[in-house]
Design a protein around this ligand. Structure first.
Ligand code: ADE
Length: 360
């Protein structure tokens, strides 16, 4: 008899699954904890942390009432500390607003901090037996290879298509078992590099194996290339009415950081040989007018990675003896040092301002 995809898969799972501490339990708290730990963490490393956390906090109330420093300490080594922050936030919400009981509803789960589509589906299916397919990297790989789905997985269309396919295949199976089986098959057998297709139960029906295109699945849409941009910021300092003041510039042009404030700058797609070379370029634009000025030592480089842009910035102190006469024309605002932190600025400017706070 020709067995279905789900039958083969769940049979394989029963024979091959790893015995992991968060498996074969249905305590939503522990399942949630394991899934948050396993986001961006390998299973072997995750086990140790899972055991530490469940020993220190056997239930959600213990975690909700734990001092933040203690939680960070237990989290140390896992990185991505916003996961630890969200862990504490969600523990407090579930303990305080849900009486310590995780909701079993997908949308309510998703409204909790740190819980997205994947984690909501994992909790709803593994803890509550609800029919929500989990679609993680393993699932994308297995389904795209076997069924030859070429829709890029990093698109909304792809995500929807794979979720629908997994949902359809799940019919007639216990959601918890089916989901874990699919992820486990990807983790152990249908691995990214050199999968052992000869011994695979799907070898006669797998699109990728029969076309020798295993390495081509899943398909990903190429990301837009990352460009470099260099900013040479002039931190123009001048005494005005007995106060140390700086010139800020409002960014009004389309593009990055629109409506934020930064310093007047020379922007360039390539690096100058020396940051101080930018002064010559600034003079050409008459930035300092005809006023006498002196310069300080340029800062170290400050970097910020935006989606398609790698920004490197240098800050060059420039000291004027009197304010610019036509600063306003250049959309420059003379701002007292103590007021600087009231302006919305890009992250790397905030970091710089934090670093120079001690300057009198
Ligand atoms: N990775 C993410 N969730 C997992 C789970 N429940 N079991 C094994 N690996 C995982």
């Amino acid at each position: 008899m020709n067995r279905s995809f789900g039958e083969k898969l769940t049979f394989w799972y029963a024979q091959n699954k790893r015995h992991l501490p968060w498996r074969d339990i249905c305590d939503p708290y522990k399942i949630w904890l394991s899934e948050i730990i396993l986001q961006q963490t390998r299973v072997n490393q995750g086990i140790t942390y899972y055991q530490r956390f469940t020993q220190a906090y056997p239930d959600i109330f213990r975690l909700a009432n734990a001092p933040a420093d203690e939680v960070y300490k237990l989290w140390q080594g896992l990185g991505y500390y916003n996961r630890a922050d969200n862990l504490m936030k969600t523990a407090k919400i579930v303990a305080g607003q849900y009486n310590g009981q995780f909701p079993d509803d997908f949308e309510k789960l998703k409204s909790l901090p740190g819980i997205g589509d994947y984690t909501a589906a994992a909790i709803a299916s593994l803890a509550f037996g609800k029919k929500h397919p989990v679609v993680d990297g393993n699932v994308y790989r297995v389904l795209s290879r076997i069924f030859g789905v070429e829709t890029p997985i990093n698109t909304a269309k792809g995500k929807k298509e794979f979720t629908t396919l997994a949902f359809r295949l799940m019919a007639g199976h216990a959601p918890a078992d089916f989901n874990q089986a699919l992820m486990e098959f990807g983790a152990l057998h249908c691995v990214p590099h050199h999968p052992d297709c000869e011994t695979c139960m799907f070898k006669n029906s797998c699109f990728a194996a029969s076309t020798h295109r295993q390495a081509g699945f899943p398909v990903k849409k190429p990301k837009a290339p990352v460009c470099n941009r260099y900013y040479y910021y002039f931190v123009i300092q001048v005494a005005h009415k007995g106060e140390t003041c700086f010139y800020l510039k409002k960014r009004t042009a389309r593009g990055i950081w629109r409506n934020l404030y930064d310093f007047p700058a020379i922007e360039s797609a390539s690096a100058l040989e020396e940051p101080l070379d930018s002064i010559v370029l600034a003079q050409k634009t008459n930035l300092f007018e005809k006023l006498p000025y002196t310069t300080g030592t340029p800062s170290v480089v400050y970097r910020q990675q935006l989606t398609h842009l790698k920004v490197s910035a240098y800050f060059i102190p420039v000291f004027l003896t009197e304010p610019l006469s036509n600063g306003q024309k250049k959309s420059l605002f003379l701002v007292q040092q103590k007021q600087l932190t009231n302006f919305p600025v890009p992250r790397l400017i905030a970091r710089y301002l934090q670093d120079i706070k001690h300057i009198k």
